[in-house]
Every structure is written in structure tokens, then in C-alpha cells.
Design a protein around this ligand. Structure first.
Ligand code: NAI
Ligand code: MG
Length: 342
């Protein structure tokens, strides 16, 4: 019996609903594969921010530092600006635990779309930086400056991670750039990509400007396999690709520290979806697919593959679909269907 302690942060809105669904599925997987998962739940959320003035306690990272993994639903709520929820919880965890890879596989589960790709997003630097400021607020001369930060070690390690993945998959890597418009950081990105690819004869590189890449991803997603991108470009591309694949409610994500020095964090791509929260209709598949990535990371590839096959079989052999996919099933119906398929 393998045992793992998971820190669970359900968050706000449908984050809470999809976390409950995922735990039920993981319990079923655990019974089949002799994996004992224990959960410590943390109420870190916008609700906590409104009650106590902070998304998480000041020593929050210390409370989850020794867990084997972190599973997060989604955070974000009315009354709390989105930058507060992001910078008060997600970004401190991603950066504090050096989760420099944001991995987002995208596949058309119901076979309507020929799409099977992975976005490898840089997760701790780039465009999402605290460097900059605002001046002359409230005057006609008001201004804002926001700097991007690209470092050689930061770009190198994300490109190397993407190259490893491309070698294990089809040997095709696409790099998202914008070196025609962004003339310092993006040529630097391109140079490092070219240097690293030169050492990998088994991988062919294609470099695409982000705007053209978005258009091609919509028109013909089957062209792409592994896509490596900076923090901002990867964020946008993965939501776009998830929508092309059917629904953002299907999309999984992992924030990974490949060195295993710190716990990695697993969270579906979607947010707290205030427009449908509390109605029991959230699609839990993104969160449950995310759990397959967590099982992989914890060293259980068979359990992970078994769960993924169960998810796939619900799409190929049943018509259970949540409303975001045009169906009438609720969160619980979909969860039960996946457990039955297991
Ligand atoms: P969102 O992902 O919450 O919702 C976008 C649209 O997709 C909505 O119409 C929603 O109903 C639908 N949707 C999302 N997930 C779904 C699911 N599992 N099943 C069915 N439909 C689903 O993004 P939005 O509206 O931009 O943000 C809402 C809040 O969530 C904001 O406060 C935002 O900051 C936060 N957010 C948090 C994230 C996180 O915790 N990682 C990521 C993205 C947004
Ligand atoms: Mg996003």
C-alpha cells in the first residue's frame, strides 16, 4: 500500500464542487490500485479573504510544504479583485515552490475534434512580474509600466522540459514567439530555444508568432503536438486550445516542480465560474483529468492510465454530458459515470 498526503484547497464557487467530485473518484481509484490518499483541506479562498483579510494565512506555504501534492479547485469571487486572488494564493504557491512548469494537455475527448497536444507554459517569470509601477494616478498624465522578466536559467529549463516531452511524444516542438513586435525578450527566448533544440536531433522545431499560432490552432489544431510558451502566451494558448477541444471545463493543468524538491500543485484550467456555481452542473472532468496527472507525478502511472481510460470511455460509450457540452447531466451524474467506468 502506497500512501500520500494531499493538501486540498477547494477555493471558491465550482472549485468546491469539482474538488468533491475528484475526491470521490480518487477514493475509487485508490481502492483498485492500493493507494491510500489522505487529505488535509484548507479553506483558502476569496470567502476567507472577505472574512479575514487574506487569501491564506501568513505561514500558508509552511502548512503545505511537506505534503506530497497540492490539489486546488479554483479561486475567484465577486467582491474580490481577480489580481488579489491570483497574487494572494496561486502565484505565491507557484513561485514559492518553484513550480516552473505549467503543463496543460489538451485532447478532444468526444472525438469531435482532431486535437491532441500539450502546452508547456513557463510558470514563474516572464510577463507576470511584479516589476513596474504606476505614477500620477488620478491625473491626466497617469501612467503604468509593467516589465517582463526572462532569465537564461528560466527559459532554458522550460525549453528543456518541453524538449524532453517532445522526444517522448512525436518529436515535434512548436515555440510561441513574438520577436517581430517584442524586440528584447522574445529574440532572447528564440535564441535559447534554438540553442537547446540544436542538441536534440530527434526534435524538429517550428517557431510561430503567437497571433498566427492562435489562428492556426483554431483552424487546424492537429498540426500541433508540444507547444512551449512564455507565461502569458501559454496562459492564453491553453484556454484557447481547451475551448477548441470542446469546453474549458474539460481542461486539466499541473504546476510542476520537476525536481520534486517541493510539492507540485494540480488544478483544472477553469476558474470558479460564478455564473454556474452552486447549481450542481459544473463539469468535473477537467478536475478529474487533473487528478490523473497527480497520480502520474506521485509515481502511479497505471492508476493514472486506468482513470484516464475510464474518463475516455464515458465519452465514447455513454451520452452522459454536462450542460457546457450540450448535455443535461449534473456534476454528480458525470462523477458517478466515471466511477462506474472504472
Ligand atoms: P471561468 O473559467 O470561471 O469561467 C468561464 C466560463 O466557462 C463561464 O461561463 C463558466 O461557467 C464556464 N466554465 C468554467 N469551468 C466550467 C466547468 N467546469 N463546467 C462548466 N462550465 C465551466 O473563468 P472567468 O469567468 O474568467 O473567471 C471567474 C473567476 O474565476 C474569476 O474570479 C477569475 O479570477 C477566477 N479564475 C480562477 C482561476 C484559478 O483558480 N486557477 C483560473 C481562471 C479564472
Ligand atoms: Mg488562464
Amino acid at each position: 500500500m502506497h500512501s500520500h498526503r494531499i493538501a486540498v484547497i477547494p477555493g471558491d464557487g465550482i472549485g468546491v464542487e469539482v474538488c468533491g467530485a475528484t475526491r470521490a473518484v480518487l477514493d475509487a481509484v485508490g481502492r483498485r490500485h492500493a493507494i491510500a490518499l489522505t487529505y488535509d483541506e484548507f479553506d483558502w479562498s476569496c470567502a476567507r479573504y472577505l472574512a479575514e483579510g487574506a487569501m491564506m494565512p501568513a505561514n500558508g506555504l509552511d502548512l503545505i510544504r511537506h505534503h506530497d501534492a497540492i490539489f486546488l479547485g479554483a479561486v475567484g469571487g465577486p467582491g474580490v479583485p481577480d489580481h488579489v486572488s491570483l497574487w494572494g494564493l496561486l502565484i505565491p504557491i507557484r513561485r514559492g515552490f518553484q513550480q516552473f512548469v505549467n503543463l496543460r494537455p489538451i485532447r478532444g475527448l468526444d472525438g469531435r475534434q482532431a486535437i491532441d497536444l500539450v502546452v508547456v507554459r513557463e510558470n514563474v517569470e516572464g510577463e507576470y512580474s511584479e516589476i513596474g509601477g504606476r505614477l500620477y494616478q488620478g491625473t491626466p498624465a497617469e501612467m503604468a509600466v509593467q516589465e517582463s522578466v526572462f532569465t537564461r536559467p528560466g527559459v532554458t529549463r522550460i525549453v528543456d522540459y518541453a524538449l524532453d516531452l517532445a522526444e517522448r511524444r512525436g518529436g515535434r516542438l512548436t515555440s510561441a514567439t513574438k520577436s517581430n513586435g517584442i524586440i528584447h525578450t522574445m529574440p532572447f527566448w528564440d535564441e535559447i530555444v534554438a540553442e537547446r533544440v540544436a542538441e536534440r536531433p530527434a526534435v524538429t522545431l517550428r517557431s510561430e508568432h503567437i497571433d498566427a499560432l492562435c489562428a492556426k490552432l483554431v483552424l487546424d489544431p492537429a498540426q500541433f503536438d508540444v507547444i512551449v510558451a512564455s507565461n502569458l502566451f501559454g496562459d492564453i494558448l491553453s484556454d484557447l486550445a481547451a475551448a477548441v477541444a470542446g469546453s474549458i471545463g474539460l481542461a486539466p493543468a499541473a504546476n510542476i516542480d520537476p525536481t520534486h524538491a517541493y510539492p507540485s500543485m494540480f488544478e483544472p484550467v477553469h476558474g470558479s465560474a460564478p455564473d454556474i456555481a452552486g447549481r450542481g452542473i459544473a463539469n468535473p472532468v477537467g478536475a478529474i483529468w487533473t487528478a490523473t496527472m497527480m497520480l502520474d507525478h506521485l509515481g502511479h502511472p497505471e492508476a493514472s492510465a486506468n482513470l484516464m481510460a475510464a474518463i475516455e470511455s464515458v465519452f465514447t460509450t455513454t451520452d452522459v454530458r454536462t450542460p457546457d457540452l450540450g448535455g443535461k447531466a449534473g456534476t454528480e451524474d458525470m462523477t458517478r459515470a466515471i466511477i462506474e467506468a472504472l
